[in-house]
Design a protein around this ligand. Structure first.
Ligand SMILES: Nc1ncnc2c1ncn2[C@@H]1O[C@H](COP(=O)(O)OP(=O)(O)O)[C@@H](O)[C@H]1O
Ligand SMILES: [Mg+2]
Length: 271
């Protein structure tokens, strides 16, 4: 199969990009695919910690780009999941340590060898995001049901479209159906209508996410928690399986939509 390079991005920080990258990478590897989870958050790396691989890092992507080591030497093999590898970010460098062309070259050198490369993007719309996106064909945009997050996601989607990404899909994370029902939180349908992109999954607020982050054990390894089941479904949809977004039904809530549509307006020619 042709390698799919997918950037996981958001604009806003702290919405779940690293969590999504770690868990979808693990899930896809568990399905038998060869996966590289690439940490493009140079200077603020933490994908290694979320994956529980921080003690095994010898080299990082900047070492590869600068020719200090070969690419295979920098890849950290996962302890628990076969076919899962981490390409760590440099911690002691700034985002300016790499260029977009170098990032693209790095992604291209993984093509052919791996089925999936998931790139964990830094927050923001500056060079770090642009570099993380440079080598990707597709994008997963993570948003939480909060106005600031949706606004940033909207900005990011516009930029990704201008970069010519052929597939942009939305993940809504940290959804709390109880709050949506009470009209205290944007509903999934609100977010989807504002952003007018294809939705590929919804992840509920789930405290086991925090526990797994702290332990460095991707949730995807057990499918007992609500968030873990959500990751399983999203991975299935990435693989083209027809898994209906039925978990939406419970969350549909139009109540707040009218207010937020005024804030954002509708983007023409999309969706
Ligand atoms: N669905 C969720 N439920 C509960 N906590 C979550 C969920 N998704 C992410 N978190 C927590 O939110 C924090 C930020 O997540 P992270 O993936 O690091 O965001 P980002 O990479 O976008 O900055 C982490 O502490 C993580 O455990
Ligand atoms: Mg992160």
């Amino acid at each position: 199969m042709e390698t799919r390079v997918i950037v996981v991005t958001s604009g806003k920080g702290g919405v779940g990009k690293t969590t999504v990258t770690a868990n979808l990478s693990a899930r896809l590897a568990m399905e038998g695919f060869k996966v590289v989870a690439m940490d493009a958050d140079i200077g603020l790396r933490n994908l290694d910690v979320v994956m529980g691989l921080e003690n095994r890092i010898v080299y990082n992507m900047v070492d590869v780009i600068e020719g200090t080591c070969k690419l295979p030497q920098a890849l950290v093999r996962d302890k628990r999941v076969e076919n899962l590898f981490l390409l760590p970010a440099a911690q002691t460098r700034t985002k300016d340590a790499v260029t977009s062309d170098e990032m693209k070259g790095l992604c291209d050198s993984l093509r052919g060898e791996y089925d999936f490369v998931l790139v964990d993007s830094p927050a923001g719309i500056e060079s770090g995001f642009r570099n993380a996106s440079a080598g990707a064909d597709e994008a997963l945009v993570v948003a939480t049901p909060e106005v600031s997050s949706v606004r940033d996601a909207d900005r990011i989607i516009g930029l990704l479209e201008s970069f010519g990404k052929r597939s942009i899909n939305l993940i809504v994370n940290r959804v709390r159906p109880d709050m949506v029902r009470k009209g205290k939180m944007l509903g999934v349908s609100d977010v989807r209508e504002i952003l007018a992109v294809d939705m590929i999954g919804i992840i509920p607020e789930d405290e086991t996410v925090v526990v797994s982050t702290n332990r460095g054990e991707p949730l995807a390894l057990s499918n007992t928690s609500p968030a873990s089941r959500a990751f399983e479904k999203i991975a299935g949809r990435i693989l083209g399986r027809d898994i209906p977004l039925q978990d939406l039904d419970d969350l549909e809530e139009k109540g707040l939509f009218a207010n937020f549509i005024k804030l954002f307006g509708r983007r023409e020619g999309r969706g």
